[in-house]
Design a protein around this ligand. Structure first.
Ligand code: NAP
Length: 300
């Protein structure tokens, strides 16, 4: 599909994509560029990339495609730097978890930008934690605008389909609203609850940490996600997250009142409705035992 590809930011997602490109034979040469020489060296040792470049421009110059896999706050700048040196007909894409602030980036004539978000990940970071199967059976959302080239969009769609993803297109605004509720708000709640436990008086805190199990343990896994990545997500998806948070706070107050009034019927009705939602998610294969196994495999 491509003679030369540059991955800008060879972390969890960038290295997993590089592994897919290798497995599927989609690229002749896979290059990496990034912030630290250490990460690039590691990626090269792992066989994830063939060559490391100390600047995005140097690696992007004669590349057929560039995938920007840095934290969200660096994507617009990195796409611009790559596109400024890329040849005509080349494609630059990204994997950022927020799309409204990224999708309308302008590129020079003949260099095509396709905004994308493979909705798959773990709480781990870095090239050593990437694995090609990460994307299998998950959704990839493309958010082309009316200026996005249709041919380039079709090429990026094929890359993610080769990764085993189901690909959908939607507006960047709709993407951000969905992600605010589906991913960003749950992370915020996990960050809050683990922070709350850490601020408890010493004896209780030690007990909570010592006996950590069930719900709290799951929250600590999510709250262990990369701080820079999540800082950037909240700084870039502000409106949708605040809107979701407002609704969440209202619903929390409803449950708070039910508990205070010892309204068992209301609580049971609420929990029954959420259990049905869980069943439906399993049915549409977003959280199957198979996908759990794949995630565990990647964590080893
Ligand atoms: P990661 O493992 O931390 O990798 C980030 C990469 O970006 C690293 O190679 C890092 O280089 C580089 N980087 C960090 N700061 C930089 C800067 N200021 N300038 C240039 N490069 C920089 O993170 P990730 O999980 O792969 O996430 C990457 C992107 O994928 C983010 O935009 C995120 O929103 C998106 N995404 C993540 C997930 C997920 O669940 N993890 C899922 C879907 C999409 P160094 O190692 O040298 O610092």
């Amino acid at each position: 599909m491509f003679k030369t590809v540059l991955i800008a930011g060879v972390g969890l997602i960038g290295s997993s994509l590089a592994r897919v490109l290798r497995r599927e034979g989609l690229a002749g040469e896979i290059r990496g560029a990034g912030r630290s020489a250490d990460t690039l060296r590691k990626a090269k040792e792992l066989g994830v990339i063939d060559a490391a470049f100390d600047s995005v421009e140097a690696g992007a110059k004669d590349a057929d495609a560039v995938f920007v896999c840095t934290p969200v706050g660096r994507i617009v700048e990195t796409v611009g730097r790559a596109a400024s040196v890329m040849k005509k007909g080349a494609i630059v894409s990204d994997v950022g978890s927020v799309k409204s602030t990224i999708a309308s980036v302008e590129t020079p004539d003949g260099v095509f930008f396709v905004p994308a978000h493979p909705v798959a990940g773990t709480e781990k970071s870095g090239p050593e934690n990437g694995f090609a199967e990460l994307f299998e059976g998950r959704w990839c959302i493309l958010t082309p605008t009316e200026k996005t080239d249709k041919g380039a969009t079709a090429v990026i769609r094929r890359v993610w389909e080769k990764a085993g993803m189901r690909v959908e297109e939607m507006s960047p605004e709709r993407h951000d609203r969905v992600m605010a509720l589906m991913s960003h708000l749950p992370h915020l709640i996990a960050y809050t609850i683990v922070g709350t436990a850490a601020d408890l008086e010493e004896q209780t805190r030690n007990d909570v940490l010592k006996y950590a199990a069930g719900g709290f343990r799951d929250f600590t896994r999510i709250a262990g996600s990369d701080p820079v990545m999540w800082r950037d997500i909240f700084l870039n998806n502000t409106d949708a997250v605040l809107d979701g948070l407002q609704r969440f706070t209202e619903d929390l107050t409803v449950l708070q009142r039910a508990i205070r009034r010892k309204d068992g019927a209301a609580l049971q009705e609420w929990f029954t409705r959420t259990r049905d939602i869980r069943r439906r998610i399993v049915e549409v294969r977003q959280d199957t035992p198979e996908s759990e196994k794949l995630l565990l495999k990647g964590k080893k």
